[in-house]
Design a protein around this ligand. Sequence first.
Ligand code: ADP
Length: 273
Amino acid sequence: MTFVMSAPLVEFRNVSFAYEEEIVLRDVSLTVARGQVVAIMGGSGSGKTTLLKLIGGQIRPDSGEVLVDGENVGNLGERDLYRLRRKLGMLFQFGALFTDLSVFDNVAFPLRERTNLPESMIRDLVLMKLQAVGLRGAARLMPAELSGGMARRVALARAIALDPRVMLYDEPFTGLDPISLATTGKLIRELNDALGTASIVVTHDVAESLALVDYIYFLADGVVVAQGSPDEVRASEHPFVRQFINAEPDGPVPFHKPAAPYAADLGLEAANG
Ligand code: ADP
């Protein structure tokens, strides 16, 4: 697929970031353009979640610049950040739904919270988003009645409710059976193409990523150690990449560090409903 070259929707220019003493990202540069699906790969503790937090403006770079849709996130005040986050659609591992709300009301939530649209228009938008994820018939169901794969698609419909420009997926393949895995990957691709968004998929799932994305950045201990198209990455001689690609699909990933505890409070989900 070819895209007209346009300004990147997400750009990191020589970004470094440290929590206290620990440098977590070191001189990271990347660009993600409209129409692209890009994977950020790396083991646990390599800095992937930190990268997402920088995009959402929850943290600011110590040096370098993070640009989202041309705006320097590190320089924005709270008000502008709130506005900017509307451009981000976020999907976490289990895209937690409100269990006491129907599928319809889950998807309507961000529209009711963040717009003044009349209910009749909200209804049309919700059904359109549910249609986009293949669940138009499920509007009346409650979350407890959904399969894992369906619940994730509802979360996806909710994440696109406000027409984001950038989709952020944090480990979208974790805990899925093989069929849901394949549909989720396809859906990420199809939605990105249909909505004209840019998508960033943070994952350590090699097989799905190689099949799905346009470009891959490999992070190891906060440094981009390899980058390229799936074919380039497959052919890479870099020891880190080789180790990663050759790792058992369900086996332990290299570079063990304790999983970050804060993913759930990244804050973007709330911003999007
Ligand atoms: P990943 O998402 O790739 O697992 P993270 O970005 O979560 O990696 O974490 C990178 C490093 O930063 C880890 O060593 C982690 O322990 C550390 N870290 C993450 N969040 C914090 C925090 N709030 N305070 C201090 N250190 C943190």
